[in-house]
Design a protein around this ligand. Structure first.
Ligand code: AVJ
Length: 319
């Protein structure tokens, strides 16, 4: 059997149908909103890679520091023979962890981007020829079925991406993780931490404007996929700290009264000057909150590791 297999669990037209539904639903709401998953076409994925290198955007560096210093401890604590990674992308986050998991037999990267999975799978097999890679083209929030690989399994959900889920979505996701794990398996969860507002806002509104470009990219995706006529120049990038919800919000604010036509979903969407569409939330966490959310899903927090500047945390949890 080939050491690299790619299974498509998303029907071919799933993406187009899901985008149409999200746009029709989200832009009809008050306030308007769009799910952040639509940022990540090829251009959006490239812009996010650029964001991870920005001086203001600390999460990627902070998480990498923890992974580098704690990889051996994670390997010893889990004895994982399968590593499943949700939202694996380029798999950069887990390269070092894979090297530390000496008993690893299988790697199961899961992402919506087939091209990212293929590239990452090929690269990893070059570095780890004995590994078997079962790549899944899937949306981890809906109907995920893991391939049958040797246990114990370590399920990694890194980058702080769990912060993109609203509280009720997070609870449902963690319950689905509990259902996927067998006794002896573990979850490795990356969470950005609550900190001063200035640091948080700067990380989502960098001086070079890369995040602004990333935020506006969702307008390009809608224009291309749904024949919309958004003019990104009509919108300003907004990043704000919602202290009540403990999350960063990214929004796009209309500069003038305007109407956008999106014929693929029979929409003509009006924006009043100053009206905003929320394009992402990125929740920030504290240890006791993570412990409680895991416990509510039947998962026990067994390790809480932070970087040396206490900006980001990795949690290890078991059933
Ligand atoms: C990839 C979802 C973890 O929320 O920090 C980066 C995406 N948005 N800059 C985050 C993002 C704006 C990032 N996640």
């Amino acid at each position: 059997m080939s050491p690299l297999s790619i299974t498509r669990t998303l029907p071919a037209d799933a993406t187009a149908a899901a985008l149409r539904a999200d746009v029709a639903d989200g832009l009809a709401r008050t306030p308007k909103q769009l799910p952040p998953k639509w940022f990540y076409d090829a251009r959006g994925s490239e812009l996010f890679e650029d964001i991870t290198k920005l001086p203001e955007y600390y999460p990627t560096r902070a998480e990498r520091e923890i992974l580098l210093t704690r990889a051996a401890h994670i390997a010893a604590a889990t004895q994982a023979r399968t590593l499943v990674e949700l939202g694996s992308g380029s798999s950069d986050k887990t390269r070092h962890l894979i090297g530390a998991l000496t008993g690893l037999d299988s790697y199961v990267p899961i992402d919506v981007s087939e091209s990212a999975l293929a590239a990452a799978g090929e690269a990893l097999l070059t570095e780890h020829p004995g590994l078997t890679v079962h790549a899944l083209v899937a949306d981890f929030q809906h109907g995920l079925r893991l391939p049958d690989t040797p246990g114990p399994r370590l399920l990694a959900f890194l980058g702080g991406t769990i912060g993109n889920l609203l509280p009720e979505e997070r609870a449902a996701f963690l319950r689905s993780v509990h259902a996927m794990l067998s006794p002896g398996d573990a979850l490795l969860l990356g969470t950005d931490l609550v900190k001063d507002e200035a640091t948080l806002v700067a990380a989502y509104d960098d001086a070079q404007g890369v995040t602004a470009e990333f935020n506006k990219n969702v307008l390009h995706v809608i224009n291309r996929e749904l024949d919309g006529d958004f003019d990104p120049a009509d919108f300003d990038h907004v990043a704000l700290w919602n202290a009540e919800q403990q999350w960063i919000e990214m929004r796009l604010r209309a500069r003038t009264d305007l109407t956008v036509k999106i014929p693929e979903v029979d929409l003509a969407v009006s924006f009043a000057a100053g009206e905003e569409v929320r394009t992402e939330v990125s929740a920030k966490f504290r240890e006791d909150g993570v412990r409680a959310e895991l416990a509510a899903a039947g998962l026990e927090l067994t390790q809480w590791w932070t970087d040396s500047a206490d900006r980001f945390a990795l949690s290890l949890a078991v059933r």
